[in-house]
Design a protein around this ligand. Structure first.
Ligand code: ADP
Ligand code: ASP
Ligand code: MG
Length: 440
């Protein structure tokens, strides 16, 4: 069984859907196809939700109507026969009727999740109608029947495995399945999601659950590039990454993969391939247990980081001090990305400042607390890079014009991270492109 996930741009136009129909029927291997929402849809649904949360019903209605028009135009070009068109029209009408009903209900977090789920439901249903029109035998699988997260928002891989197996058992004679990425049910049984970009995570969880031969992530670029292509103009794809390297890059800002999407594939040792729908023959990136080569492979950057410094001449040397600090972050379920210590201070970084005020208040019991927002973590990732000669020298020589606030070295053998001001990010990535890869 092969898992093939197609992102927003890969389903965003009728022509793209035609291309992926070709890709998923190119051989006889059984497949589960995981689809994202059409590009732009989840953003639009987020805006609709934001309007509703502010009580701006008129604004939400306008946004819903604009999105509906987009889908009405989409289906005109998607299918040819009247029968298929009528089916597609009914699906669009059903989902937009739902959104229009929601306009009348008072806003809640659960309602927000219901709104956000419409994108993947629409894309997968419309694609299924197209496949049907093309006489391509397949089954549409409701992700809400098997994709589950627990009260801590962690996927329940055991339950997913059992439920998905039961579902597939029902269609023993089928070899092609189409399902939704991103959406799931939470511990209360409500509709929920795996956070933005979560379809990659769905694909990896599904691949783990069915012990797939490969998890293919089809997107709009030919694999994981050695630097952020949104910031640096001259970048190139990396041929092979280990699971650890890919996880570090995803976690530290390489948007091509959801930050948590590697662990299920790694745990069940399923190769992940990053491939380009617009260029299906390009090699892309292979992610497996073996890193393939030694040395620096890629640079990524994670924005909107807050640095927190706790200064305490009295307490820092005392044992148990670190535990007390960490307990504050644990209490507010806020994870720490980087940490450095000196004799009188400890600095940490967080990427989620929802509870920042409360955290600061509790930390002030231990000493003076200073915070800096709009920081960026730049991560240099590769195999055994901390053991590679001259890496540190090259990095520091290269970025010498930029002030570095924190350095993390040795936490893993695959990552060296630097904390810099968000304003210096672009320059840092460009300088590192020259210094580490000799590319300008
Ligand atoms: P999809 O909708 O298919 O999930 P995404 O937009 O989530 O696609 O991810 C693909 C995008 O990730 C690329 O278009 C690219 O701009 C961005 N990206 C950021 N860093 C990298 C990187 N290191 N390598 C490749 N793409 C990257
Ligand atoms: N549609 C969702 C998003 O835009 C999930 C995904 O595309 O992976 O975040
Ligand atoms: Mg994505």
């Amino acid at each position: 069984m092969r898992v093939m996930k197609f992102g927003g741009t890969s389903v965003g136009k009728p022509e793209r859907m035609y291309s992926i129909a070709n890709l998923i029927t190119s051989d006889d291997e059984s497949k589960i196809v995981v689809l994202s929402a059409l590009s732009g849809t989840t953003n639009s649904l987020t805006e609709i939700s934001a309007s509703l949360s502010k009580g701006d019903r008129a604004g939400a209605k306008k946004q819903i109507d604009a999105l509906e028009l987009h889908y009405q135009n989409f289906i005109i070009n998607l299918v040819k026969s009247e029968e298929a068109y009528n089916k597609a029209k009914a699906i669009v009408a059903e989902h937009f009727e739902f959104l229009n009903i929601i306009l009348k209900i008072s806003y809640s977090d659960a309602l927000n999740k219901d709104i956000l789920a419409q994108g993947e439901l629409l894309s997968s249903k419309l694609f299924s109608i197209y496949l049907h029109e093309q006489n391509i035998a397949h089954e549409w699988l409701p992700a809400l029947d098997f994709m589950a997260i627990d009260a801590l928002e962690e996927p329940q891989i055991g339950a997913i495995k059992v439920k998905l197996a039961q579902l597939l058992q029902r269609y023993k004679n089928k070899t092609l399945f189409v399902t939704q990425g991103y959406i799931c049910r939470n511990a209360k049984g409500e509709v929920d999601n795996l956070k933005r970009g979560g379809s990659d995570y769905s694909a990896s969880l599904i691949a783990a659950a069915v012990d797939a031969s490969v998890c293919e992530i089809w997107t709009d670029i030919d694999g994981m590039h050695n630097n952020d292509p949104r910031v640096v103009s001259n970048t190139k794809p990396v041929e092979q990454l280990s699971f650890e390297e890919a996880a570090e890059l995803a976690y530290f800002g390489a948007k091509i993969l959801h930050p948590a999407s590697i662990w299920p594939a790694q745990t069940y040792n399923i190769p992940v391939k990053l491939l380009n729908t617009l260029q299906p023959d390009a090699k892309g990136t292979l992610i497996i247990g073996d890193a393939g080569s030694v040395g620096v492979k890629a640079v990524a950057a994670k924005d909107n980081i807050t640095a927190i410094k706790i200064k305490s001449s009295r307490m820092l040397l005392a044992y148990g001090f670190m535990r007390k600090i960490f307990e504050v972050f644990e209490k507010y379920r806020t994870s720490i990305d980087m940490i450095t210590t000196s004799e009188v201070a400890v600095s940490v970084t967080i990427d989620n400042d929802t509870y920042l005020k409360k955290i600061i208040k509790e930390l002030e019991v231990f000493g003076t607390v200073e915070t800096d927002n709009n920081q960026t973590i730049v991560s240099i990732v590769g195999n055994e890079i901390t053991a590679t000669e001259d890496v540190m020298k090259k990095i520091f020589q290269t970025i010498s014009p930029i002030p570095v606030r924190m350095v993390s070295y040795g936490g893993s053998r695959h990552n060296i991270s630097l904390l810099i001001s968000g304003e210096d990010k672009e320059k840092a990535l460009q300088l590192l492109n020259k210094g580490l890869f000799d590319m300008e």
